[in-house]
Unconditional design. Structure first.
Length: 258
C-alpha cells in the first residue's frame, strides 16, 4: 500500500509539533512514600516534522504511549518516552503532557478527621537534541481573607476560594508532588480540607481572620517559598481569587528563571 505520509512535500515548512491530544490512559504515578497512585491521564504527545514529508504516523504515537500503563511514571520515565518518540518518528524534537488528578490525605486541624483532597497536576516534558526539560505543575485550592475588608469592617471580613498554580523545573533530585503541595498551601490565609467538623470550621474561620492576604501577598510568599528549593531553575506562579463580593476574579502572576 502507498504510504501517503512519506510522500514529499514541496512547501518547505517544518512543523514544530504534530501529534495526538486528549488521549486517555490509566497510569501509575510514583509517590513520595515509595508506592504509586493509580490515575487517569489525559495525554498529549507530539513530535516535530521535517519539511520533506507530507505527514507523520499518528498510530505510532498510540503505540509509544500504550506501554506507559505498565510503568510507574516520574521524571525519568518521561525522558525515556520522549527519546523513543523522537527515534521512532525520526524527529528533531518531541513533547509530552500528562494531566491528572492526584489525591493526598488531609487531616482536619482540630478533630483529626481525615479524607483525601484532589489536586490538578501535570507532567510536561520536551526533548530536543540532548536538552531534556521537565515541568511539574500543580493547582492548589486555598482560602484567602481580604486584609482591606478586615481593616474597614467592624465585624468579620469577606473571604474567597483561591487557586495557586505553580509550574517548576528542577535539576538533580526530584521535587515530589506532596512536598510542593505542602509548601504552597502554607502561603495562603488557610488551606482547604475535604472533611471538617464544627470545631474545625471554627478554627479555620479564626485562623484565616488572623492571617489576611491579598493575591499579591500570596504570590510573593509562594515565590519566596519556592526560592528555598535550591535545585529549581524555573518557576511560574499564578494566584487567583474567585471574589465573594464581586462578579469577577482577582489574579497575580510571576515568572522567573535562575
Amino acid at each position: 500500500m502507498i504510504d501517503v505520509q512519506k510522500l514529499p512535500d514541496h512547501r518547505d515548512i517544518e512543523i514544530k509539533d504534530v501529534g495526538i491530544k486528549d488521549f486517555h490512559l490509566p497510569l501509575l504515578i510514583k509517590e513520595k512514600t515509595g508506592g504509586c497512585q493509580a490515575v487517569l491521564g489525559q495525554i498529549s504527545l507530539s513530535a516535530s516534522l521535517t519539511p520533506k514529508f507530507k505527514g507523520t504516523h499518528l498510530s505510532r504515537f498510540v503505540e509509544i504511549l500504550n506501554p506507559l500503563r505498565e510503568k510507574i511514571i516520574s521524571y525519568y520515565e518521561i525522558k525515556d518516552l520522549l527519546e523513543k518518540t523522537r527515534k521512532e518518528l525520526k524527529a528533531a524534537s518531541s513533547a509530552l503532557e500528562i494531566r491528572f488528578k492526584y489525591f493526598v490525605e488531609r487531616t482536619a486541624p482540630v478533630s483529626g478527621k481525615s479524607s483525601v483532597l484532589d489536586y490538578d497536576c501535570c507532567f510536561y516534558g520536551t526533548l530536543k537534541d540532548n536538552d531534556y526539560r521537565f515541568i511539574l505543575e500543580v493547582k492548589v485550592p486555598v482560602m484567602n481573607l481580604c486584609p482591606c475588608s478586615k481593616e474597614i469592617s467592624k465585624w468579620g471580613a469577606h473571604n474567597q476560594r483561591g487557586y495557586i498554580t505553580a509550574r517548576i523545573s528542577f535539576r538533580g533530585e526530584i521535587v515530589w508532588i506532596e512536598d510542593l503541595l505542602d509548601l504552597i498551601e502554607k502561603q495562603a490565609s488557610s488551606p482547604v480540607y475535604p472533611l471538617l467538623k464544627r470545631e474545625d470550621e471554627k478554627y479555620i474561620t479564626e485562623y484565616s481572620y488572623s492571617n489576611p492576604k491579598f493575591v499579591e501577598d500570596v504570590l510573593r510568599d509562594v515565590v519566596i517559598a519556592l526560592r528555598t528549593i535550591s535545585r529549581l531553575y524555573y518557576l511560574e506562579v499564578l494566584v487567583e481569587d474567585i471574589e465573594s463580593i464581586h462578579n469577577h476574579t482577582a489574579f497575580a502572576s510571576h515568572v522567573e528563571s535562575r
